[in-house]
Ligand binder design. Structure first.
Ligand code: NAD
Length: 456
């Protein structure tokens, strides 16, 4: 693992072989049988204890995230707190995971929600802790075992979380972390017949392969993939507020955010004014040492990621706004705002770096057309003072997570997921635990053989 702000080697972590995956699946199956047999109240208590243990180690987890992912320390602290919250939220569902009693003729019909067994969670490097916990917390709460494969570049927080789970009293083998490559450990997990469901977060290209491999075994799969989300600013919006909020929506996490609002669509009559206000706001989003609590933006995660971003936008390409970034060691890349044609590659494809394109639009119909003109459909924001327009737009933009006069997208209380090439299925929210269960239907014939119920 390499610190992306200094390029110093932190440590190395051995990869899990196919035999290692197989052994982990066997340990998980044994632990899962014991876990599912526990009283729901006891499972909930253990998950709450896990949450409390994470909370007690928040600073340690945050520092690991700063070191291996280059996240500003304020963000990293929030991320560790988010893991705690996800565990608490899931723990609250354990004792409420009810089935149904459905009215039928001739007897009583019940449904049960049964755990799937062992779930594989495959996480990316951009939000190593929260994304790992989105799948892990509800899967455990619903009575499953979890095998988590972190991204190659960011396994350290995941490994620490597994240690904290054991310290909190979760059974050995129930939550295991299997570091390794996608082509090796990742594929072995996806293909293993002992894995009942795969929760994958990553690129659309890899998601397509994971889904095809799951299809070969009729295995359940959830895909959280890429995005190219619009930030739509109407002339009737509070333009000052919209401009002040825009930098965070595409620069947070150095733009390595699947929900980044990297296409800023601005109604033509306020276009110049918006750009004028955006410029100082972008410059105020300071890029630098992630260990400094005043830093808003750190480096990109790796040399490979910087090469990818430069492939879209070389640092000397013409830009409407360009921020500053440290020179020297570290995978730095400055905040960049471009004016380009709507069909340009950089305006349609996911860059996954601190780059946004600003595009003018004429009216509502034009805004919707532009917003939907990508293969993605993850998130989006709508800035307007007209509530009717806000709702019309929210219903017309083909994306899973929209916000009005805000850039909030991922919240553990509400469902999250993508339309089109941004994904399949939903995570988080009130249905999170149910997504890790099979529904079993049971009918009990209650008819008295002496007096069978009359058929109509
Ligand atoms: P990636 O697809 O390369 O890797 C994601 C994970 O999958 C890693 O753990 C990797 O080792 C593993 N993997 C790679 N090939 C695999 C294979 N053949 N079989 C099984 N596992 C395999 O993506 P990345 O570059 O790590 O992450 C960036 C991408 O993730 C971006 O496109 C971003 O938009 C997306 N992302 C989406 C969300 C979301 O919720 N929609 C959240 C975060 C990131």
């Amino acid at each position: 693992m390499v610190n992306p702000a200094t390029e110093e080697l932190i440590t190395t972590v051995p990869a899990t072989s196919a035999a290692g995956v197989d052994a982990a699946v066997r340990r998980a199956a044994a632990a899962q049988a014991r876990w599912a047999a526990l009283a729901p109240g006891d499972r909930a208590r253990l998950l709450r204890r896990f949450a409390t243990t994470v909370d007690a180690h928040r600073e340690e987890l945050a520092q690991l995230e700063v070191a291996e992912a280059g996240h500003p320390v304020g963000n990293a602290r929030w991320e560790a707190g988010n893991v705690r919250d996800l565990l608490d939220y899931a723990a609250g569902g354990v004792e409420r995971l009810t089935g149904q009693q459905i009215p039928v003729s001739g007897g009583v019909n019940l449904t049960f929600r049964e755990p799937l067994g062992t779930v594989a969670v495959i996480a990316p490097w951009n939000f190593p802790m929260p994304v790992a916990a989105w799948g892990t917390a509800p899967a455990l709460a619903a009575g499953n075992a979890v095998l988590l494969k972190p991204a190659e570049t960011t396994p350290l927080t995941a490994l620490r979380l597994a240690g904290l789970a054991l310290a909190a009293g979760l059974p050995e083998g129930l939550f295991q972390v299997l570091p390794g490559s996608g082509a090796g450990t990742g594929r072995a997990l996806v293909d293993h017949p002992g894995v009942a469901k795969v929760v994958f977060t990553g690129s659309t290209a890899t998601g397509r392969e994971v889904m095809a491999r799951c299809a070969a075994q009729i295995k359940a799969v959830t895909l959280e993939l890429g995005g190219k989300s619009p930030n739509i600013v109407f002339a009737d919006a509070d333009i000052e507020r919209a401009a002040a909020a825009a930098p965070g929506s595409f620069l947070d996490n150095t733009g390595q955010d699947c929900c980044a609002r990297s296409r800023i669509l601005v109604q033509r009559q306020v276009y110049d004014r918006f750009l004028e206000l955006l410029e100082p706001a972008v410059h105020a989003f300071t890029c630098g040492d992630p260990t400094d609590p005043g830093t808003a933006m750190g480096p990109l995660v790796s040399a490979a990621q910087r090469t990818r971003v430069r492939g879209y936008v070389p640092e000397d390409a013409p830009a409407a706004i360009r921020g500053t970034a440290p020179k020297g060691k570290g995978y730095w890349y400055p905040a960049t705002v471009l004016e380009r044609e709507p069909a340009d590659r950089v305006a349609v494809e996911e860059v996954f770096g601190p780059v946004a394109v600003v595009l003018p639009f004429t009216d509502e119909a034009d805004a919707v057309r532009l917003a939907n003109a990508t293969p993605y459909g993850l998130s989006g924001s709508i800035w307007t003072r007209d509530t009717g327009r806000a709702l019309r737009l929210a219903q017309s933009v083909a994306a899973g997570n929209l916000s009005v006069n805000s850039h909030a997208s991922v919240r553990y209380w509400t469902p999250f997921g993508g339309y089109k090439h941004s994904g399949l299925g939903r995570e988080l929210g009130p249905g999170a635990l149910a997504a890790f269960t099979e529904t079993k239907n049971v009918f009990l014939d209650t008819q008295d053989p002496e007096h069978p119920q009359e058929q109509p």
